[in-house]
Design a protein around this ligand. Structure first.
Ligand code: GLN
Length: 250
């Protein structure tokens, strides 16, 4: 099957090799005989976002975020209706912040957000940097771990009742206080985890592919046959161990 991916602002929001997440989705789709078609979406370009099966936005410094925020907020309605119609989405760090209601950066200026995720972000005083280990529970009730790397000054506060991506086992997470990391709305996932995230967390890559395939096939659930993932599993182990050594267990 063909999976259509809209990659928002790859020229601006691509810090910490977040582009690698797209490469992983392409490879894992191809290994199952599916084709990922990725369309970069730059400032001012107006593709129909509902026509994609998955939208992706990476991270960036405050400066790059401020450059794209006015264009991104113009897409708020389109992104929200794409999410409501089952388009999958992955947003990392700076992109995750701008898909909330707002991000007040280090200089005190407020960047308007899309309002997809029920949260607001305010820059704190100290950067939150290091390896992170999360415990996640998606809708199948199974708990799984996610390992990644965070580097952000923004503190993201989820609204009461908002669904996090996971609970912080080691690291800071959304704000360094709540013990929560990321956010989920339907098939949309936002997270602070860079690395890039997906090479070392193959289960999440496959979860996103399955959501995108379900959208592409008008809602039929798709199972993906498992891959060996030996290299991925050892990359996860290394990252998880680094996070454990960092401490800060909740
Ligand atoms: N500029 C934002 C912050 O510092 C996001 C950083 C990022 O995308 N790594 O919080």
């Amino acid at each position: 099957m063909r999976i259509s991916v809209g990659h928002l602002y790859p020229g601006y929001l691509n810090i910490y090799a977040d582009r690698g997440n797209i490469a992983v989705l392409e490879r894992r789709a191809a290994l199952r005989g599916h084709a990922l078609e990725v369309r970069p979406i730059g400032i001012g370009e107006q593709p129909d976002l509902a026509g994609f099966d998955l939208l992706y936005v990476g991270g960036g410094q405050d400066r790059e975020q401020a450059l794209v925020a006015p264009d991104l907020v113009e897409r708020a309605e389109a992104i929200q209706s794409a999410n409501a119609s089952g388009v999958a989405l992955l947003a990392v760090c700076g992109g995750y912040q701008l898909l909330g209601r707002s991000y007040r950066g280090r200089d005190g200026s407020v960047m308007p957000g899309v309002g997809l995720f029920p949260h607001e972000t305010v820059a704190g005083t100290a950067r939150m940097i290091g390896d992170v280990l999360l415990e996640c529970e998606l809708e199948d009730g199974e708990t799984r771990e996610l390992a990644g790397f965070e580097n952000h000054i923004g503190r993201t506060l989820l609204d009461p009742g908002a669904a996090p991506l996971g609970r912080v086992l080691f690291g800071f997470g959304n704000d360094g206080e709540s013990g929560l990391e990321g956010c989920r709305v339907g098939r949309a996932i936002g997270t602070y985890l860079h690395g890039p995230l997906l090479p070392r967390n193959p289960w999440l890559a496959d979860w996103l592919l399955a959501q995108a395939l379900a959208h592409s096939s008008n809602g039929e659930p798709i199972t993906l046959e498992p891959l060996a993932d030996r290299l991925e599993a050892s990359a996860f182990r290394v990252a998880a161990e680094r996070a454990r050594k960092r401490g800060g267990q909740r």
